[in-house]
Design a protein around this ligand. Structure first.
Ligand SMILES: CCCCCCCCCCCCCCCC(=O)SCCNC(=O)CCNC(=O)[C@H](O)C(C)(C)COP(=O)(O)OP(=O)(O)OC[C@H]1O[C@@H](n2cnc3c(N)ncnc32)[C@H](O)[C@@H]1OP(=O)(O)O
Length: 157
């Protein structure tokens, strides 16, 4: 437990990021339980202002024996990259998420999710992300987010 908590810390120059304060408390599926056996997550903004997450993939995210289920990896990328667009000021939902799974991700490991908002054109916001540990890349993703019309936003809020 201590190791997990230590590894979940940010880096110098990172600021803790309060996701519920921005989007409400609805993100329980991935980041809502900081003590359970599925995901444990902490969000930060790095020195460039980009959203970064530290994520522990627990035993209940298992797919291939001893390794994370692809769907669990997709769930994390969906939330982090969607939230990255919100953190950049765009009220969106994810329209398309394309993932390259590069290496099996061992369970009970804390990895880092990097994100970058790369383009905004009309309602379409492009976000890129990857899951890494040191120089090991586990997954890379391109995410197309679509801003919600005001009326739909009101219905959700
Ligand atoms: C303050 C209160 C708020 C509270 C709110 C809290 C929310 C808290 C969020 C937290 C942060 C997120 C973290 C989790 C992220 C998810 O998990 S979101 C859930 C998963 N996503 C969904 O369920 C989305 C379901 N899909 C939809 O709702 C609709 O299809 C969409 C995406 C809103 C688009 O529908 P639409 O508004 O009718 O837009 P439409 O006119 O079809 O398309 C607009 C443009 O986007 C393009 N486009 C649309 N979809 C696609 C697609 N899939 N592929 C490619 N292009 C597309 C169209 O081609 C079109 O392009 P142009 O013709 O303008 O060049």
């Amino acid at each position: 437990m201590t190791d997990i908590q230590l590894n979940m810390d940010g880096e110098p120059g990172w600021e803790p990021f309060d996701a519920p304060a921005l989007v409400g408390a609805s993100l329980r599926f991935v980041s809502g339980d900081r003590t359970g056996n599925r995901f444990r997550m902490r969000y930060f903004r790095n020195a460039s202002g980009e959203l970064v997450a530290r994520v522990w993939f627990g035993p209940e995210t298992e797919g291939p024996p001893g390794h994370a289920h692809g769907g669990s990896i997709a769930a994390v990328l969906d939330e982090v990259l969607g939230l990255a667009a919100w953190a950049a000021g765009y009220p969106i939902v994810v329209g398309n998420l394309n993932i390259h799974f590069r290496h099996l991700l061992p369970l009970q490991t804390v990895v880092q999710v990097d994100s970058e908002v790369v383009a905004a054109a009309g309602r379409k916001i492009s976000v890129r992300g990857r899951i890494v540990l040191g120089d090991r890349i586990f997954a890379e993703a391109d995410c197309l987010c679509i801003t919600l019309p005001e009326e739909q936003r009101r219905q959700l809020g």
